[in-house]
Design a protein around this ligand. Structure first.
Ligand code: SF4
Length: 332
């Protein structure tokens, strides 16, 4: 992705659907996640605390990540000489669950914060001492194995590996940053499109995939739902950065939480393309204005809004900070 000439408005530096959703759901969470400057090696105890809390993952997010990692390993292995067998793939995923769980349940992340996501996970429920009694490494391991079994059956059914091998270029869980990262620019802001899988063949189709470990929603949203917006924005990446024609692009949400995986395919047509572009343009503009107002003191930090939904707070690592004054992050 080639970076355009510097834009005098430098905030926000990047945009993604998840970032947009966070600002809509809770301004405080957005502040902690993106603006406070929290890092494990931050200059003050407060910034180091935010850095640690940013690394906490709710159980469902962690489980989904183990599943995604397994899928990526499976696809990568098919690019080499020794493709992973189903048994080996599931065995590796079970080992991952066990080591993550041990690291997290022992709260090793407090002693070795730099080892988080390298030696194991930091689960929010272990941090706050509220892991539900029905959750265990055994049940998590079985759940991931079930998801991977469904995935493997589906991959064989739709002949995905052969189609990937036939493509000119394949992206498997690409990094979100760097010159090769999928994305494009909107009004001087880098739009991040972190696809799970994409491949294309010149002059033919360009397919994008997003894996979901949950069940497919039963209600269709009246407008663009979060998942539809996510894969819709993903489609703008090949259109705007790779020069692929809109009719050739498709994006697929695949839900493996259902016993038989559910695939929702989205296309860019005359109705969705202008809708996606205007939604994106408005969100980038509003986010920039909001951040500039915050920096200028027009929006008062201590008056940033809280989440409306208590479920959002249960899944939020910043909850031990968010009732305190935000003015102590004076340099953020
Ligand atoms: S705990 Fe709730 S209100 Fe506080 S930052 Fe998190 S989501 Fe927002």
């Amino acid at each position: 992705m080639v970076q355009p000439a510097a834009n005098p408005s430098t905030t926000p530096s990047s945009w993604s659907v998840s970032r947009d959703q966070m600002l809509q759901v809770c301004e405080r969470k957005y502040f902690f996640q993106y603006l406070a400057g929290g890092r494990l090696n931050g200059e003050t105890p407060e910034l180091r605390e935010i850095g640690l809390l940013k690394k906490l993952k709710p159980y469902p997010v962690w489980l989904g990540e183990v599943f995604h990692r397994g899928i990526a390993e499976f696809f990568h292995s098919h690019g080499g000489d020794t493709p992973l067998t189903a048994d080996r793939l599931i065995s590796l995923a079970r080992q991952q669950v066990a080591s993550d769980w041990h690291f997290s349940s022992q709260r090793t992340f407090l002693k070795k914060p730099y080892a988080i996501d390298k030696e194991g996970a930091a689960l929010l429920e272990h941090f706050y001492g509220e892991m539900p009694a029905d959750k265990s490494p055994e049940s998590a391991s079985d759940q991931v194995a079930t998801l991977l079994e469904r995935f493997l059956s589906w991959v064989a059914e739709v002949n995905l590996i052969a189609r990937m091998k036939d493509a000119d270029r394949v992206w498997i869980e690409p990094d979100a940053w760097g010159p090769e990262a999928p994305g494009f620019w909107e009004d001087g802001v880098q739009v991040i499109t972190k696809v799970d899988l994409a491949f294309g063949r010149h002059g033919e189709g360009f397919e994008i995939y997003d894996w979901k470990s949950g069940r497919a929603p039963t209600d269709k949203p009246p407008f663009l739902g979060q998942h539809e917006l996510q894969v819709g924005i993903y489609q703008l990446w090949p259109l705007l950065s790779l020069g692929v024609e809109a009719p050739a692009i498709s994006s697929n949400l695949v839900y493996f939480g259902n016993e038989s995986p559910v695939v929702e395919t989205h296309k860019l047509d005359d109705e969705t393309l202008p809708l996606l572009r205007s939604t994106l343009r408005n969100s980038v503009r509003l986010t920039r204005q909001w951040e500039e107002c915050l920096q200028a003191g027009v929006i008062i930090r201590d008056e940033l809004s809280y989440a409306y939904n208590v479920h959002t707070c249960r899944q939020c690592g910043f909850r031990q900070l968010c009732r305190q004054t935000l003015d102590r992050y004076a340099h953020a």
